[in-house]
Write a protein of this length. Structure first.
Lengths: 329, 259
């Protein structure tokens, strides 16, 4: 079972430039969360602060009672063993084969025999569908394979928290769909706490249990997926629906004049909330809430057409009845 | 940038470099020691430096023989030509040629390697996997660089002396017997030790600067090129300074041999 990550009042700046201030959120144990934000809003910086690669200026990050922001270097190396991180390009060690890359954490941190190591490595390689490629060097394979190999290495020490830094960057839509499916399957299997940093809307709409949006140097909103997808908050609404009308401009946030010049009566209605991506076997993950549950519990009417199984979502073939707004949830 | 930061920025960098060096020295005593990485790196650094070093050492010895030989001829002290050449090669030329090659070939290779790892996020990945890159990557490289520097110093000394001998005897018409006989007239065993000590220190400085610059590379492939460039330039500056300080100390500590 995963571990809860509690972030309180986190602030980070480089020189005079504030990246974000006063970010507070809790990543619920065992659930998938997505951190969204326009390019350059410090999503990757947030992720690096979570693993202690960057020290925040203020605030705390509590994991199992340890504050990563203030603990000693030694404690940090210990707490990092709870983490698995998938870096943007996989960050495979270029001089080692994929097998050695995946085996690396085991050889460094455990006293397992080579036979045991081979068994574990091959299990993780088959989890990410890379059996047969274990003798290749990272330079010889495609970006998508490197990402999957990076994922295998991140999983090899049985992490409680898995962080994904833009798992879909540089991948075509099909590969993105496959890696999203892989993420959902993995969460169902190992039940760790997942945090995905991305700006892919489709991923954000269908994969996570929770969504956070970093915008204008602060955390605009963090909460259950349905809360953000049904939100009328301008920045959230604009970003999650990829619209040009709203507070987010081309380079930075728009100024007041520009905003006032926009006609908000013409805003298109919120699109329906799609069903969440299910694991390949069609059974919901243990930490997954039934579709529509949040809307019902909070008396929010989801946009018309929400939670309908239109058969297009990968793995959503098993029919699940959406919770009707009037029924008992 | 304010005046204050202009003044303090170089100091801050120097301080960080010093702290990095201290981290590496502490890392040397932390177990497990990376034997494999150490041997691989020593082999690698040796392989990129041995041939250039030997090729540099021959003209280096010859030039010293030429300068010292003609000067000594004017004094009418040809019988001391050998001793002057040995002294110059063993005390100064050896460590200096070693410094140039360790910094230029070994240091640049280390900076480029670590810089490439840094921008590919390999170092971050390593830290996240709970492994300290200083202990895992930098310590073996620094020790390997020091070991290879000592060997290179020996190589330069031998090749330089042979080069000087050949030049003196074959081209300047010196007497082979007199050249060899005067070897020990001025030189002493302590000269060899100070050459080795210098090489050790040079290897340490070159590797520390290269590793520091490489691990702090920033801004993509261009950043790596810049890191390598800065590493080599800074190393040169530091090595020539260190060479001067160590030579001055040596003359104070070890009395010159009486004729």
């Amino acid at each position: 079972m995963g571990v809860e990550v509690r972030v309180e009042g986190l602030t980070k700046s480089f020189g005079k430039q504030t990246i974000w201030r006063d970010v507070s959120l809790t990543l619920p144990a065992g659930q998938i969360s997505v951190m969204l934000g326009p390019s350059g809003t410090g999503k990757s910086v947030f992720l690096k602060a979570l693993i202690g690669l960057l020290k925040p200026d203020e605030g705390h990050i509590f994991i199992e009672g340890t504050d990563i922001a203030t603990c000693s270097e030694r404690d940090l190396y210990d707490i990092r063993k709870l983490f698995g991180v998938l870096f943007q390009d996989g960050a495979m060690f270029g001089s080692m084969t994929l097998f050695d890359n995946v085996a690396f954490p085991l050889r460094e941190h455990t006293r397992k025999t080579e036979t045991e190591i081979r068994e574990i490595v091959m299990e993780k390689m088959s989890m990410v569908g890379l059996v047969g490629a274990e003798d290749k060097l990272p330079g010889e394979i495609s970006g998508g394979m490197r990402k999957r190999a990076g994922l295998a290495r991140a999983l090899v020490l049985e992490p409680e928290i898995v962080l994904f830094d833009e798992p879909d960057s540089g991948l075509d839509p099909v590969r993105t769909a496959f890696i999203n499916q892989l993420i959902v399957d993995l969460n169902a299997q190992i039940e760790a706490t997942f945090l995905i940093v991305t700006h892919d809307i489709n991923t954000a709409r269908t994969v996570p249990d929770n969504i956070g949006l970093l915008f204008h140097r602060h955390l605009a909103m963090f909460g259950p997926r349905e809360m953000l997808l049904s939100s009328e908050e301008p920045a959230v609404r604009q970003f999650l629906n990829a619209q040009t009308i709203g507070p987010i401009g081309m380079s930075e946030e728009k100024d007041a004049d520009e905003l006032a010049g926009e006609n908000h009566d013409l805003l298109p209605p919120l699109p329906p909330i799609p069903l969440q991506l299910l694991p390949t076997d069609g059974r919901p993950r243990p930490t997954q809430a039934p579709p529509g549950a949040w809307c019902v519990a909070n008396g929010v009417t989801p946009p018309p057409g929400s939670f309908l199984d239109d058969g297009t979502a990968l793995g959503a073939s098993a029919s699940r009845q959406p919770v009707s707004s009037g029924g008992a949830a | 940038m304010s005046t204050a930061t202009l003044v303090t920025a170089p100091l801050a960098t120097a301080g960080k470099l010093f702290a990095f060096g201290a981290d590496v020295v502490l890392g040397v005593f932390r177990r497990p020691f990376q034997v494999r990485e150490f041997i691989q790196q020593a082999w690698f650094i040796a392989s990129v430096t041995i041939i250039p070093t030997a090729l540099v050492a021959i003209p280096f010895g010859a030039v010293i023989a030429l300068q010292a030989g003609s000067l000594i001829q004017q004094f009418g002290a040809q019988s001391f030509a050998g001793s002057a050449a040995v002294l110059a090669v063993v005390r100064e030329a050896g460590p200096i040629a070693t410094a140039l090659l360790v910094a230029g070939a070994g240091g640049s290779a280390i900076a480029a390697d670590l810089g490439a790892r840094k921008i590919r996020e390999e170092l971050d990945a390593m830290m996240v996997l709970g492994i300290d890159p200083i202990q895992r990557l930098v310590v073996p490289r620094v020790l390997a660089c020091m070991l290879v520097a000592v060997f290179l110093n020996g190589l330069v000394s031998v090749v330089g002396v042979i080069g000087g001998y050949a030049f003196n005897v074959v081209l300047q018409g010196g007497t082979p017997g007199a050249y060899l006989a005067s070897f020990t007239a001025l030189a002493q065993t302590a000269d060899l030790y100070q050459g080795m000590a210098k090489a050790l220190v040079f290897g340490f400085i070159a590797a520390i600067v290269a590793a520091y610059k490489g691990m702090h590379a920033d801004g993509g492939p261009r950043g790596v090129g810049q890191a390598v460039n800065e590493a080599v330039v800074i190393t040169f500056l530091l090595l020539f300074l260190a060479n001067f300080v160590m030579s001055a100390l040596y003359f104070q500590l070890v009395p010159a041999k009486a004729l």
